[in-house]
Design a protein around this ligand. Structure first.
Ligand code: ASP
Length: 309
């Protein structure tokens, strides 16, 4: 039976070995995830639209320093922060995206503004910042995003020879955030926001702001938000690939998402996961890493959240 409404969120997939987090930390993170799902479910129940609700869920995740988006974003090689975000409406196929953002506390708001108030889909770097100022969106200094935990991760990555995506001696989970939802009107939407990857090269852009790779939504099929090693997610056009498998290959959401995460991505060594809802409100949250911060719920299933399998 179709779900009248549903929502799923993620706070990133990656190499977070069990035991790296204390049980108190695990409880804190799963409680945050669950409360964001509960808020989303309440808003969906009250007739909120999927697009606004995924944006709001991502804002909550950006504001939480545990996750690699907004406050708590990872450091690049130069020791500063460059953030990426995107949002897409499945009803209209409207989309907005930004990358290399340095002064916007909630890059997802900026992505939404690009979608709603510009004639473009994707703005990068200084142009995106200028647009944020034109739109009178809040601005912060770049060190607003810094936390001690992320700084420590940068130090460890740099001591370990630089380009470190999944070092074994520390917890470098990816930590990107995202949300997908289906509302009572049958519309789906997706949003994703990230600081990228610790110690990334200046100017590096991953999959998260790229429509079709990190984020995709189409009422004909589903809404998808991805997390993982962006270089692979870009090459497999992950989010659109799930939709295309459904639309043209007639696969179910579950089959399509699992094929991308467990067959396509590993073929080039890619690791990570995704969350997706289809236009019937079915939810899937596959990942090929040890864990993925995630939460989900629907009109038929109360909010739940998990880190590991
Ligand atoms: N996909 C993101 C990137 O490559 C990282 C993540 O998911 O945490 O920038």
């Amino acid at each position: 039976m179709a779900n009248e409404y549903s929502i799923a969120i993620h706070g990133g997939a990656g190499a977070m070995s069990k035991g790296k987090l204390t049980s108190a930390q695990e409880e804190e993170i799963t409680a945050v995830l669950k409360s964001i799902v509960e808020e989303g479910l309440a808003a969906l129940k009250n007739g909120g639209n999927a697009l606004d609700i995924v944006q709001e869920a991502v804002v909550r995740l950006e504001d939480c320093p545990w996750f690699n988006a907004g406050k708590g974003a990872v450091f690049n090689h130069q020791g500063s922060h460059e953030l990426d975000a995107s949002i897409m409406c499945g009803a209209t196929l409207d989309a907005g995206a930004v990358s290399g953002v340095r002064f916007s506390p909630n890059p997802i708001h900026l992505a939404r503004a690009v979608m709603d108030h510009s004639s473009h889909v994707y703005l990068g770097g200084a142009g995106a910042e200028a647009f944020a100022r034109d739109q009178q969106l809040p601005q912060v200094s770049n060190d607003y995003f810094s936390t001690a935990m992320r700084y420590q991760q940068l130090q460890t990555a740099q001591q370990g020879q630089g380009v470190t995506l999944e070092p074994t001696q520390n917890d470098f989970k990816y930590g990107t955030v995202g949300a997908v939802a289906k509302d009572r009107y049958g519309n789906v939407a997706a949003a994703t926001s990230t600081g990228g990857i610790t110690n990334k090269q200046y100017g590096r852009i991953g999959d998260s702001p790229v429509i079709g790779a990190g984020t995709y939504a189409n009422n004909v099929t589903c809404a998808v938000s991805a997390t993982g090693h962006g270089e692979h997610f870009l090459r497999h056009v992950v989010a659109h690939n799930v939709s295309a498998r459904m639309q043209w290959g007639k696969q179910t959401l579950e089959r399509a998402a699992h094929a991308v995460i467990f067959e396509d991505l590993p073929s080039t060594g890619g690791s990570g996961g995704l969350i997706a809802v289809d236009n019937q409100g079915n939810i899937t949250l596959p990942f090929n890493t040890e864990g993925m911060y995630r939460g989900w719920g629907s009109d038929q299933q109360p909010a739940e959240s998990k880190i590991y399998t």
